[in-house]
Design a protein around this ligand. Structure first.
Ligand code: ATP
Ligand code: MG
Length: 491
């Protein structure tokens, strides 16, 4: 009997629902067809006021993926981090994600959970949501049309303070938490032929290079100038905004092999706590691919292009341009236009000026706090127009080992600040071109327990041999090798 009654009441409820919906649709159609437009507008206006009166709350939605290229939204990530702690306290259902490559766990609220937050005495509510795919799909990968988003709900009368102050504080706090949780990464670009939905443009390993400015061997004043420059850059958000310049800086490191260019990049990345993108230009076909790669990089990062003399065709870039102008002057205007388009799109070989233009254009418009570093062993091969101020902000020479640099290496490798043999070594270094890498090699113990004096004497012998022409020539031609920054297998 109970079953019968409950079935009857549910049937009646369904009937009532359909009946009222049909009535509403009918009345709405009458209203739309027969009422004059101005009356409809007034009624809608008052209707909205009534709804606002009955439900005086506003909502803001933050989607996980946004924009034409469907990049993961920075706001979404910041909110996720911001809500992490609050969720642990108040949400009933939590999700766990591994961060720092599985070294620790971050908890966040599960879908369709809600947590409350307070800002200057104002109460707001955050909910975590996802829309599931419309059709059933059997796949091991996440559904492509699944959308995740956060929704913020607050009273209408607090709209101004929420949109102007609360959200900014959520973003700042969320980004700070992310900075603490994240594992710093060294990215390398994959060959463009392999890019697809499941193979990303960049692969990464954990960036665990131990270099620091303390262990970097070079002239102390020069080192301090570089540290000041990058510190000023890191703190310069408002400055760059006030002068209307993109928040980016370009360095060119030049010097013979083994003078510490890659070590300097690692020291900079560690000092700034930035990720590193090691861009291998030979794996890219044209400027379009370069643009796609650069769009896929994040802020707080250093983009490195090592050995540009080996990666790019820089020699005579101007010469070939001059030649082209002469050839073009013999052509009719239509052929000229077609040729120009072909050169810009299909031919589109990557050049240093192409890279700089791309970086200037993209980074001026999408986010800041980025450094680009080029390295070369042969600065004399670069077109002076490309390394002028404004294109490269600072040229940093990494020279052969001087006495001051040696003292840093002695402290690193031998744990000493002075020794009776230092004077002789200083004299020899003044007359010899030996790289810090070669000096370091002589200071490393060759057998268990080799003492300091033996190692210093070996260095003295090597310096004497170099002085007499026995050392390897630093200016030998060579091909681009794997970056010295890479320290682990890719993921
Ligand atoms: N200035 C330096 N300070 C401390 N260590 C250095 C320095 N220069 C070289 N070394 C040591 O020598 C090794 C090679 O140096 P590094 O790879 O940084 O040279 P490089 O200038 O990048 O050379 P290349 O032009 O061949 O890429 C480093 O692993 C480091 O141990
Ligand atoms: Mg190097």
């Amino acid at each position: 009997m109970d079953d019968f009654l409950s079935n009857l009441s549910s049937a009646m409820a369904t009937f009532t629902f359909f009946y009222s919906t049909a009535t509403f649709v009918f009345i709405y159609a009458m209203f739309r067809d027969h009422f004059p437009q101005h009356l409809q507008d007034d009624i809608q206006k008052y209707g909205r006021k009534l709804v606002n009166f009955a439900y005086p709350y506003s909502q803001i939605t933050f989607d996980e993926f946004t924009g034409e290229y469907m990049r993961r939204s920075e706001a979404f990530t910041a909110i996720e981090n911001y809500l992490s702690d609050k969720s642990v306290v108040s949400a009933k259902r939590l999700k766990a994600d591994a961060v720092k490559d599985g070294q620790s766990l971050v908890l966040s609220m599960d879908y369709h959970e809600e947590v409350a937050d307070e800002f200057n005495g104002i109460k707001v509510w955050w909910s975590s949501n996802r829309t599931t795919p419309r059709s059933f799909q059997f796949s091991v990968y996440p559904a492509v049309d699944e959308k995740r988003y956060y929704k913020l709900t607050f009273h209408n009368r607090h709209k101004q303070i929420i949109t102007e102050s609360y959200l900014a504080s959520v973003m700042n706090e969320g980004k700070a938490i992310e900075q603490n949780n994240r594992l710093r990464k060294l990215y390398t670009n994959n060959p463009s032929k392999d890019w697809n939905g499941f193979n990303p443009k960049w692969s990464y390993v954990a960036f665990e290079h131990p270099a620091s400015f303390d262990t970097l061997a070079m002239d102390a004043n020069k080192k301090q100038e570089i540290i000041n420059d990058i510190n000023k850059f890191k703190m310069g958000r408002d400055y760059y905004q006030s002068i209307g310049k993109a928040w980016k800086r370009g360095y060119l490191l030049y010097g013979p092999p083994g003078t510490g260019k890659s070590t300097m990049i690692a020291a900079m990345a560690n000092h700034l706590e930035y990720d590193v993108y090691d861009l291998e230009l030979t794996a890219i076909k044209d400027n379009t691919e370069l643009r796609r790669l650069l769009i896929d990089t994040s802020g707080k990062s250093i983009l490195v292009i090592e050995d540009i003399d080996c990666s790019l065709d820089l020699m005579g870039e101007r010469e070939s341009k001059k030649r082209k102008i002469k050839e073009d002057s013999d052509m009719d205007p239509i052929s000229k236009k077609v040729k120009k388009e072909m050169e810009e799109t299909t031919d589109g070989k990557v050049t240093l000026s192409g890279v700089l233009n791309c970086v200037d254009g993209l980074w001026s418009s999408c986010g800041g706090e980025r450094i680009i570093i080029f390295t070369t062993n042969y600065i004399e091969n670069l077109d002076p127009a490309l390394i002028r101020r404004g294109r490269m902000d600072l040229l940093i020479e990494m020279p052969f080992c001087c006495f001051e640099a040696f003292k840093v290496l002695a402290k690193n490798y031998l744990k000493i600040n002075s020794h009776k043999l230092f004077e002789q070594i200083g004299e020899l270094l003044g007359k010899t071109n030996m790289t810090p890498a070669d000096v370091a090699e002589n200071l490393i113990p060759k057998f268990e327990g080799e003492n300091v004096e033996l190692r210093l004497n070996r260095l003295i012998e090597a310096l004497k041999a170099t002085k007499n022409g026995g050392a390897r020539r630093p200016n030998q031609k060579r091909k681009r090798r794997n970056s010295n920054l890479t320290n682990k297998k890719k993921k």
